[in-house]
Design a protein around this ligand. Sequence first.
Ligand SMILES: *Cc1c(COP(=O)(O)O)cnc(C)c1O
Length: 373
Amino acid sequence: MAAPIPYLDLKSLQGRFLQQDLDVMQHLHDSGTYIGGDMVTRFENEFAAYCGVQHCIGVANGLEALEIILRADVELGVLTKAARILVPAHTYIATFLSITNAGCIPVPVDVDELLLTADKIKNQLDNIHGVIAVDIYGKLVDDEVYAFLPDRQAGAKAKKIPIYTDAAQAHGARTDQGMRSGSRGRASAFSFYPTKNLGALGDAGAIVTDDEELGSMCRKIANYGRESRYVNDVLGVNSRLDPLQAGFLSNRLPLLDQDNARRREIAETYISSIKHEKIQVPNSLWIEHNAHHVFPIYSDDRGRLVQHMDAAGIGTNFHYKIPPHHQEVYPEFNAFNFPVTERLHKTQLSIPCHPLLSDQEVQRVIDTVNSFE
Ligand SMILES: *Cc1c(COP(=O)(O)O)cnc(C)c1O
């Protein structure tokens, strides 16, 4: 049998940077600075410039990036304590947890096909104080969603609310106007978990924003709520971007666009070549504004399809299986009924879509899917 095709060949993806990463380790030793330091500042500047925003604050992971943004806006009075934050039901549970961890209240809504839409926000405007939009699978939510933002307000009458982005799956995705994921909301959170499109060799995350006051408050909260070395004036956390991880990320950032372009090529090939009456693939619009973190296919016979892929040595994944509102940790939402989200969690299957797949491997994935009986 041909060699297996893992869902994600992380070791090879990360292995491309071994020599550069060893230099980072040497640099850390030479510098004698093990917390903060020039590698953190350098990556923050590079990533802010890449996203097209003013400020980047490195933090320990993506969950805390989101949580700190919300805490900061509560501190600044932009959000009230226990603010009600609209969140798409189709997301990773981290989005929900960031809201509850920050002392706010999730207001879950169903998605339209896959993503949050402006209509879903409009229906809840009197019931919410903020929104977290999620660029799930790497696909950008529509620009319209950000029309409710205070400073980009089109209609004077519409209510103005802060909109944040969970950009943890969408590093580098771009709109037609060239706006990157994470640059459109009041602030955005990134995760650099090793499997993300821009992934470190451990946990890492970042907050990006154009708002200087919010950026400073996030930095303060991430650093024990310190005003200065010995003065603490807000309740903070310890959530730092490790300098080693920052150095590793600086090594990887220059390759992100190229990697995403290869992911896109693979996605295009899947869309044009997977043809099966029991399996749905996204339509051609899928290609636009997408970092292709996940390539989803859908089948009512998902369980058997996974077995079929397994038998051919092809790795797959679910994104996801149980939506946050059906998790035991959120009993208050368990009775909610979000048909689109629930269907996604029953039928969705992620197939390999990483930048090191060869054309031959892509073809094998296609042939295997198409030969499902
Ligand atoms: C990965 C991910 C996160 C959390 O990132 P961590 O770094 O693991 O904390 C949050 N939201 C989404 C949508 C993610 O995919």
